[in-house]
Design a protein around this ligand. Structure first.
Ligand code: AMP
Ligand code: MG
Length: 352
């Protein structure tokens, strides 16, 4: 079922970004690798990081760039995944001390920074709670209050110790475990865009699950069109963003959840109470030139809820825009994307 969902999101994005005219569907990207010229990209689709991915690069070095991109994704997956016992993160969680690669070091440092900036709405030390709820094994379980509460005491971000001189990360709390699932995909798409640039690609696109990052404009000079999925209707979208050189990253409870006794529980947990965040938002999309930031903030603003998210936007020094879809079906966007986002729904615009 999730495969189907992820696939339909992917198709929606492909349809929107691939069209030079809204009604025309580009079907050239359905094969795994295609010939390269200025209008047909080198393209690869694969499954990694628990999601469908597609990388497209236009121009002479396209084939080389997409091959390197796939290699990079597999490398990052192998060092960051909590699902692989040999990953750096799994070893750190097990041994509480680990020498890490530059990628892991940089992601942990960024995670700590964003955790502090969001007053812990984003908190990578959430992993023991993800385990308790069964999201790590798919053996889902609704824990009792007295099972959740003790775990909240092991989520102090200041207990992550970073020693850059030794490339070492350690935990001062032996019950601590981390999970970079809320930030790793954005980091990965940013790294792919860097690989594209190093290979002199001027136009390209990465989609990781429902998340998109585009490089430059489309080869014909027009802006990319990115469809923002409507969390309620799987085949519909909230609106379309026309953009270039941006990551467009969405978080929503609809992406991963389970239902027990008629109640649905999703995978984005509120670190203040250990329960699935239930603060009035159904989905949050962040638009930013920094994919890592966009990913971390999509999760953070989802946890904060509408009012705190808007307040954070107004006060924050981070450079980003948002599209919020509230539980009462209201669409709220920030002023920076007012002219490039269109929707059939009523839109409320928030000024910085
Ligand atoms: P995303 O889809 O980017 O919003 O990330 C959700 C994933 O991040 C979950 O599947 C967990 O692995 C992890 N996660 C859940 N809640 C949080 C949180 N409050 N802060 C950081 N990571 C979280
Ligand atoms: Mg995220």
């Amino acid at each position: 079922m999730r495969f189907l969902k992820a696939f339909s999101v992917l198709i929606l994005i492909i349809m929107l970004v691939g069209c030079s005219n809204e009604n025309e569907v580009n079907t050239s990207k359905t094969t795994s690798t295609t010939t390269v010229n200025d209008t047909i990209p080198a393209s690869k689709e694969f499954f990694a990081m628990d999601t469908y991915m597609e990388v497209d690069a236009y121009g002479d070095n396209g084939e080389k760039a997409v091959a390197k991109a796939e290699k990079e994704v597999n490398k990052l997956d192998s060092i960051l995944s909590t699902g692989k016992s040999t990953s750096e993160i799994s070893k750190l969680n097990k041994n509480k001390k680990q020498v890490v690669s530059a990628d892991t070091m940089s992601l942990i440092k960024e995670s700590v920074k964003i955790s502090k900036a969001t007053n812990s709405a984003f908190n990578p030390t959430i992993y023991p709670l993800m385990e308790l709820w069964g999201f790590t094994t798919k053996n889902y379980y609704v824990p009792k209050d007295n099972e959740i509460k003790p775990l909240l005491n092991h989520m102090d971000i200041d207990n992550i110790k970073i020693d850059e001189s030794k490339n070492e990360v350690s935990f001062k709390d032996s019950n601590m475990k981390i999970d970079l699932g809320a930030i790793a995909k954005g980091y990965t798409s940013s790294k792919i865009i860097d690989i594209f640039k190093e290979n002199n690609i001027k136009s390209g696109m990465v989609t990781l699950g429902g998340n998109v990052q585009v490089l430059g404009k489309k080869p014909d000079g027009s802006l990319w069109k990115v469809g923002i999925q409507n969390p309620i209707g799987e085949d519909e979208y909230l609106g379309v963003l026309r953009t270039s050189d941006k990551a467009v990253i969405t978080s929503g409870g609809y992406e991963r959840n389970f239902t027990k006794n008629g109640k649905t529980y999703h995978h984005i947990l509120d670190p203040s109470n250990g329960y699935p965040a239930n603060n009035g938002l159904t989905s949050v999309t962040i638009v930013s030139s920094d994919g890592t930031l966009a990913d971390a903030l999509s999760t953070s603003l989802f946890v904060m809820g509408k009012d705190k998210a808007i307040d954070f936007y107004k006060k924050s020094n981070y450079n980003f825009d948002f599209i919020l879809y509230s539980s009462d079906n209201k669409l709220i966007i920030s002023d920076g994307i007012e002219d490039i986002f269109s929707s059939d729904l009523d839109i409320k615009v928030v000024n910085k």
